[in-house]
Ligand binder design. Structure first.
Ligand code: 8ID
Ligand code: ZN
Ligand code: ZN
Length: 368
């Protein structure tokens, strides 16, 4: 009697807990087989969650510039191939592994860049999970959210409150969390100036809003009338068009009465990063977020010392940053400036991104 009970329990642990709606065997997704190769919209196998994972029926996924880097393969970090990209996926939990206790079938959940980590090293212990050597990255070291069904480590998956608009929250899962963390790292206080370089892109347009919600005055730098229009509409204080401004450093220092107290670099431009080191206010902080391929940041030692500036890198955010970034969104303090297109149109979005023509964030609807 006892033995059969134990056997039954063990046997049931090996089964996934499934949703009432049937999970198909195949699904639509976008996959590429080599870097820069064809982005194929096709039928893919539905992945199975491991004991510590949930299976999410992804409804919407944001398209981050990181996805473009992953496809091009222009970073010194190996990705898996073939690869399904995407790491801003929002959807519904449809199955879970036997060890998952923090999600139920039917809950809303989000796929982030950091899909999982060892949770045992010194970085994980301190809440710096993205710096873990074992970090497992959605849409990079494992297949991501550009498919209708994707798996996520239940510990790292984002908890999304019931009733949330899944298309609008999608960009918060990477862009929102990343800029929120970067703004905290900048140490800019309420009433002080922060400059957002790349202010009308996916990360930038959220950075402007988080900064406002945190009480900062925001100077935005980007190029073109459409970008200025978006910046003004989301509450930015002063816009500098880098395509039209001759002496950018002086213009920014003048507009902020001596330079911004902090700079968030979210452009994909080595030149812009170099300029930020020059225009930042004495004792201010330059935060590096954007990752232009092969870029190096140069800072004159004399300038660096006499102005006593800080230059620091900021890499996504941890679970707590995620929770807080989602709360800002849920409370209506930040809105996602999104354009929704079908998943099958992903190659066109990549093209626009490459030409720097994206204003705000594109989100793909996985049903189309
Ligand atoms: O954790 C991280 N550090 C992290 C997380 C997520 C994304 C880093 N990223 C990186 C991406 O890999 C990418 O390199 O941040 C960068 C920006 O991602 P994004 O916001 O998704 O890219 P976007 O929507 O294309 O926006 C870039 C903006 O920069 C502007 C463009 O016009 C665009 O609006 N820009 C460029 I390119 N050159 C500029 C310049 N010289 C510029 N703006 C001002 N000055
Ligand atoms: Zn991203
Ligand atoms: Zn670790």
């Amino acid at each position: 009697m006892m033995l059969s009970r134990v056997t039954t329990r063990l046997a049931s642990r090996n089964f996934l807990r499934l949703s009432s709606t049937a999970i198909p065997k195949t699904q639509k997704g976008v996959i590429f087989y080599e870097h820069g190769g064809k982005l194929e919209y096709k039928d893919l196998e539905v992945p199975k969650p491991k004991p510590n994972e949930i299976l999410i029926n992804v409804k919407y996924s944001g398209v981050c510039h990181t996805d473009l880097h992953a496809w091009k393969g222009d970073w010194p970090l190996d990705s898996k191939l073939p690869l399904v990209g995407g790491h801003e996926g929002a959807g519904v939990v449809v199955a879970k592994g036997a060890n998952v206790n923090n999600f139920e079938i039917g809950d809303l959940a989000g796929i982030k860049w950091l899909n999982g980590s060892c949770m045992a090293c010194e970085y994980c212990e301190q809440g710096n999970e993205s710096n873990c050597a074992e970090a497992d990255l959605s849409g990079y070291t494992r297949d991501g959210s550009f498919q209708q069904y994707a798996t996520a480590d239940a510990i790292q998956a984002a908890q999304i409150p019931k009733g949330t608009d899944l298309a609008e929250i999608a960009p918060i899962l990477c862009a929102g969390v990343t800029v929120y963390k970067a703004l905290k790292e900048s140490n800019v206080k309420p009433g002080q100036w922060v400059a957002i370089s790349g202010a009308a892109g996916g990360l930038g347009s959220l950075a402007v809003q988080y900064a406002k919600a945190m009480g900062m005055r925001v100077l935005g730098i980007d190029g073109g009338a459409e970008k200025k229009k978006l910046f003004d509409s989301i509450g930015g204080n002063h816009f500098i068009d880098f395509l039209e401004t001759k002496d950018l450093v002086s213009a920014i220092q003048e507009a902020t009465n001596g330079g911004p107290h902090g700079v968030i670099n979210v452009s994909v431009s080595e030149k812009a990063i170099g300029q930020s080191v020059e225009y930042v206010r004495p004792c201010g902080t330059v935060v590096l977020v954007g990752l232009p391929a092969g870029a190096v940041v140069k800072s004159s030692v004399f300038n660096h010392v006499l102005k006593s500036i800080n230059i620091r890198g900021s890499y996504v955010g941890n679970r707590h940053d995620t929770r807080e970034a989602i709360e800002f969104f849920t409370r209506g303090k930040v809105k996602s400036p999104i354009k929704v297109v079908g998943l099958s149109q992903l190659p066109e979005v990549y093209k626009l991104m490459e030409e720097n023509k994206i204003v705000g964030r594109y989100v793909v609807d996985t049903s189309k």
